[in-house]
Design a protein around this ligand. Structure first.
Ligand code: C2E
Ligand code: CA
Ligand code: CA
Length: 534
């Protein structure tokens, strides 16, 4: 698009160049932190014209001052309605950084419009610093005294001399959108973005990424520790009358580090300072009942918590930089395969290993381990994090339970009586294997009411009746009947059962026994006969 100088002049006179506002967003919460002011030319015939088509023309022809005047003034007027602590970031041309009068101009606009300078961020590019560093430093110092904050714009493009980063008291580093946009497909860009965020932080600045267009980019940036973002993902630059919509649509930052120093309860002062962050993490790390450690690619301990040190029986410090093999040689063969898999990027959970006790004579420890690979910003494995739970007690309890169950089973099988369990309705669910031996029926055939098949046809009806009655009334079950044994003979048995009640008084199960009463029956018969004989 071609516009000439005369057009630009006319545009300024008729105030066709207006500010638009693009949201600046806190990456971690999606909260709105403020807006960047971007110039737009509403041309009566050509429509919307972007700054690349008129900013440099204005710069070269001494018009940038009046352009900035219009933009800043308009922006301040519109931003008066911005609720606290939302900020306004305004671009200033390198040309303007030549003029020592810039701060007083800004102050005048702010005074006349009532916009608080504590909520202004002055964005400058490195090119502003190249030929007139001293002057820029003076201007910057004055802006800072006025309460404004400074951002270094387009970082990573152009000059990128580290000297510039230190030359001015920048509060914020804006990572150029070229890095952000190639971050997802170029590992080098991602590494550079990571380094830029790290550089900004180590110099005490906050970092903002420009040109965030996708969730994926936002995720990576968040992961790299970048605090703020700006881009199509969060919103386009829109005219002033759309500010209320944008403010209403986004959750708002309570008080971010973008807000005035000392202003508001700092949510960030609780969380954002790296040292405090670390202290919080350390407390979590040490307080957990789980042994935790992080190993580098060579399986050397980088960090571990007290709990793990106790488990291994050496102080924390003794572990650092030593390999797993050096620290726990007796366990290493068991866990090595899992470590190697984790180093290939696999997350593994629930691995049970037993560890010889530290004091001889005590039982083995049973440990439950999980392995989680850690990746760097280009998805390369940089180490493994391990969590270790001591489940010895749980294991012992399980063992004891299993043993006691086994003992019971054994006792049941040894008993000369046939013990059985039935459900509330009298259907058999469990019977000792002595029944199987006696009748030759399988257990499966016996269950439910199957056992009645083994009964003498004369005895089955009254036995079933007694069973039905018992399960109705809850009175003890009692029946005597003949059972056909495996060798085809009939033998007298007696079965008795009593109910067990649940918490609300209902029968939940029947327990009982069946015993051989053949001898008694013979005795009774003999007795009866002898009485008759008398
Ligand atoms: P900048 O300061 O780097 O501004 C950010 C540019 O990125 C804006 O372009 C914005 O529309 C664009 N942008 C924002 N989000 C995205 C995104 O997700 N994807 C892509 N592809 N682009 C995105 P714009 O508005 O065309 O401004 C271009 C440049 O013009 C600005 O770059 C700034 O250097 C300059 N500029 C804009 N307004 C002013 C002003 O009022 N005064 C001065 N001196 N320069 C200005
Ligand atoms: Ca900018
Ligand atoms: Ca920029």
């Amino acid at each position: 698009m071609f516009v000439d100088l005369i057009e630009v002049r006319r545009a300024l006179e008729s105030e066709e160049i207006v500010p638009c506002f693009q949201p600046l967003v806190e990456l971690r919460t999606g909260r709105l932190a403020g807006f960047e002011v971007l110039a737009r030319w509403q041309h009566p015939e050509l429509g919307l014209i972007l700054p690349e088509n008129f900013i440099s023309l204005a710069e070269q022809n001494g018009l940038i001052g009046s352009l900035a005047h219009q933009i800043v003034r308009n922006a301040f007027m519109s931003a008066k309605m911005l609720p606290e602590p939302l900020v306004l970031a305004v671009n200033f041309s390198p040309v303007q950084l030549h003029h020592l009068s810039l701060p007083s101009q800004i102050r005048r606009e702010a005074d006349e419009t009532g916009f608080p300078l504590e909520r202004l961020i002055v964005e400058i590019t490195e090119s502003a610093l190249v030929n007139n560093l001293e002057r820029a430093q003076k201007i910057a110092a004055e802006l800072k005294t006025m309460g404004c904050r400074l951002a270094l714009d387009d970082f990573g493009t152009g000059y990128s001399s580290l000297r510039h980063l230190q030359a001015l008291p920048f509060d914020e580093l804006k990572i150029d959108r070229n890095f952000v946009q190639s971050m997802t497909n170029k590992r080098e860009s991602r590494k550079i973005a990571a380094a830029m965020v790290g550089l900004g932080h180590s110099l005490g600045m906050i970092t903002l990424a420009e040109g965030v267009e996708t969730e994926e980019q936002a995720d990576i940036l968040l992961w790299l520790g970048c605090e703020f973002g700006q881009g199509w993902l969060y919103g386009y630059p829109l005219p002033a009358d759309r500010i209320p919509d944008m403010v209403a649509a986004a959750p708002r930052a309570l008080s971010t580090r973008f807000s005035a120093p000392g202003g508001g309860v700092a949510f960030s002062s609780l969380e954002a300072l790296p040292a405090q962050h670390l202290a919080q993490l350390q407390a979590i790390y040490d307080g957990t009942p789980v042994g935790l450690c992080f190993l580098d690619k060579n399986l050397r301990h980088v960090s571990l918590n007290q709990r793990l040190a106790d488990l291994n029986g050496f102080p924390v410090a003794a572990h650092i930089r030593r390999t797993v093999h050096e620290m726990i040689p007796e366990l290493f063969p068991q866990i090595q395969p899992f470590l190697l898999r984790a180093l290939q990027g696999e997350a593994i959970e629930g691995v049970e290993v037993s560890k010889p006790p530290r004091t001889p004579g005590k039982p083995d420890l049973t440990l439950l381990l999980s392995y989680q690979p850690a990746f760097d910003e280009v998805q390369e494995v940089i180490g493994v994090s391990i969590a270790i739970l001591d489940i010895t007690k749980r294991k012992q309890a399980e063992e004891a339970l299993r043993e006691s169950e086994e003992n019971h089973r054994y006792l049941v099988e040894l008993s000369p009586q046939i013990l059985w369990i039935a459900d509330a309705n009298g259907n058999l669910t469990e019977i000792s294997s002595r029944w199987v031996q006696l009748t030759g029926m399988s257990k499966l055939q016996t269950l439910n009411l199957g056992w009645l098949e083994a009964l003498h046809p004369e005895d089955a009806p009254h036995t079933l009746k007694a069973l039905r009655e018992a399960s109705h009334t809850g009175k003890p079950f009692h029946s005597e009947y003949r059972v056909k044994t495996a060798d085809g003979k009939w033998t007298w048995m007696r079965s008795r059962g009593s109910p067990r009640y649940g918490p609300s008084g209902e029968i939940i199960r029947w327990y009982g026994d069946t015993e051989d009463i053949e001898e008694r029956k013979e005795l009774e018969e003999a007795l009866r006969k002898s009485r008759q004989g008398k």
